[in-house]
Design a protein around this ligand. Structure first.
Ligand SMILES: Nc1ncnc2c1ncn2[C@@H]1O[C@H](COP(=O)(O)OP(=O)(O)OP(=O)(O)O)[C@@H](O)[C@H]1O
Length: 510
């Protein structure tokens, strides 16, 4: 394959539509045009070069959602450096592990994370949005003319994104410039992303869901992203309703949709300007999809992972109601398969492991050849997800293999049971885990958050499931909790529930 040169699309748009709004940062109130963004990226490039950052060097970023993510991403593109966005939920020892693995030359951090940053052995540069003379702003103000851009190709590494390490140490997924580009193409076209797109970004930007769904595709198209520092359901509904902001696109994992639909502002919110509301990243219970359809917003489901940067499959908007529950078909330029334990393709209707191939797929893990070798067969990435295809080739994500459990010899996929729990009006939030049982090996336990002032007992939950689910899928016990543990993106942390209720994280399948 010929090598494709890296192309800087911020510089491109700055040259064509300099006054077009690129980023509106709600927290700081800053509105940054493409020309201003291009200029700041140039200054940051120069400031980083003056600090000795060169091709191949890593630069870590520890910050809540802010415009600086994109300044660093594109400055790295001009220098040939590698951006390392860090999960701010991690503890200092966890961050220390990642920095030890990736050895960045510089850690740029927001002032709110100063305690963590100063505890880490790294050279620091501080962002402080409350001070015009923060170290970061001073570095930009004092920067000399930017150095000539380093010629890069699509094969060069643009970022390393560490997964949260569900089953051991975190792994750094290598993200090349080509992967980010192909994700922009693959996602931008079916998600109807154009220069007129205005997207509200609520997921954390250190995660692929925030950075690449759809923020990078929107900047690639020359549209506008509106960044929320931290997700707040009421504020998100206000923003979507606000005609001055003109939000056309929204993307989230299921939890923000769930919290928005439970918010008092939901029924009166003006959702009419939304052209595409995408959901993915975790199983989305049917009652959530149906509630949004009833408000006139069919959620367009997609499936993806950090390693697929991230769009892997997507449901076309035209099929969002007809195929509700499906994650659609493979994106453009990609292919998927569902295989059994022997590596054979599973016929329509059967459940197997989802595999994916395409130019948006990672070439492997940073500094971890063993993990890379384990994850690929003949160029196909093993996703660790259970899936099935229907007769028309639409994919249904059943669950993660590692969250599946076996009851009396039968596989139980928690997402299917959670769907049934969400039908109970008094249920605000729900998750299923497998717990050990002498007779059946494992049985399901429902962990439920009740809506305020709505009585619900264990017997009511089990009664609701009987008749709606085969007996082996019906949870045998129910724990009521105040909130489910979630990661920074909003995904339920099943491993924490297993540790809490089983005493260890012991999935049946790993
Ligand atoms: N539409 C979807 N339906 C069900 N599950 C999904 C969907 N989209 C993504 N997922 C799940 O999210 C996974 C990808 O997760 P991602 O790469 O974002 O890391 P993470 O969940 O944040 O952390 P980690 O995997 O490191 O614990 C997929 O492998 C799949 O299990």
């Amino acid at each position: 394959m010929p090598t494709i040169p890296y192309y800087d699309w911020i510089a491109h748009h700055a040259g064509r539509r300099p006054r077009q709004l690129a980023i509106h940062d709600l927290h700081t109130g800053r509105k940054i045009s493409y020309a201003a963004l291009d200029e700041r990226i140039g200054r940051l490039t120069s400031a980083l070069a003056a600090r000795g950052i060169a091709r191949g060097d890593r630069i870590a970023l520890l910050a809540p959602n802010c415009a600086e993510y994109f300044e660093l991403q594109f400055a790295c593109g001009r220098l040939g450096a590698i951006m390392l966005p860090l999960n701010w939920r991690l503890t200092v020892p966890e961050l220390e592990y990642i920095l030890g693995d990736s050895s960045p030359k510089l850690l740029i951090h927001d002032r709110s994370f100063a305690p963590q940053a100063t505890a880490l052995s790294a050279s620091l540069l501080e962002i402080d949005h409350d001070r015009a003379d923060s170290a970061y702003e001073r570095a930009l103000a004092e920067a000399g003319p930017p150095p000539a851009a380093v010629p890069l190709t699509h094969d060069d590494i643009g970022m390393v994104m560490y997964t949260s390490g569900t089953t051991g140490h975190p792994k750094g997924a290598i993200i090349t410039h080509g992967m980010v580009f192909w994700n922009c193409v693959n996602l931008g076209i079916p998600a109807l992303i154009t220069p007129e797109t205005v997207q509200l970004v609520v997921l954390p930007l250190f995660h692929t869901g925030g950075l690449n769904c759809y923020a990078n595709p929107v900047l690639h198209a020359g549209g506008t992203i509106v960044i929320m520092r931290n997700f707040d359901p009421g504020q998100a509904l206000d923003c979507i309703s606000d005609s001055a902001l003109g939000i056309t696109h929204f993307f989230a994992v299921p939890a923000p949709y769930q919290f928005m639909m439970q918010h008092p502002k939901f029924q009166a919110a003006d959702l009419s300007r939304l052209r595409i509301a995408g959901v993915g990243g975790a199983p989305c219970a049917l009652p959530i999809l149906e509630t949004w359809i009833a408000r006139g917003v069919p959620l367009v489901q997609g499936w993806g992972m950090t390693e697929t940067s991230p769009a892997g499959t997507m449901l076309d908007a035209a099929d969002a109601i007809r195929k509700v529950g499906s994650a659609g078909k493979a994106m453009m330029h990609t292919a998927i398969r569902v295989i059994d334990d022997e590596g054979r393709d599973v016929p329509a209707g059967g459940i197997g492991e989802l595999l994916i191939k395409g130019p948006n797929i990672t070439p492997g893990y940073w500094n971890n050849e063993a993990a890379t070798a384990k994850s690929f067969t003949d160029g196909w990435l093993h996703t660790g997800d259970a899936a099935r295809l229907d007769e028309e080739g639409f994919v249904y994500i059943v669950d993660r293999w590692k969250d599946m459990y076996i009851s009396g010899g039968e596989n139980v996929y928690p997402a299917e049971v959670e769907n049934v729990l969400f039908q109970i009006p008094a249920v605000a939030d729900a998750a299923i885990i497998g717990v050990p049982n002498e007779r059946w090996g494992e049985v399901g336990m429902a962990v439920i958050v009740r809506k305020p002032d709505q009585p619900l007992a264990e017997g009511d939950v089990i009664q609701h499931c009987l008749g709606r689910l085969a007996k082996f899928k019906v949870p045998q016990s129910v724990a009521f909790v105040d909130a489910l543990p979630r990661n920074a993106t909003g995904k339920v942390l099943k491993r924490e529930l297993r540790v809490q209720f089983v005493g260890r994280d012991a999935p049946s399948i790993s």
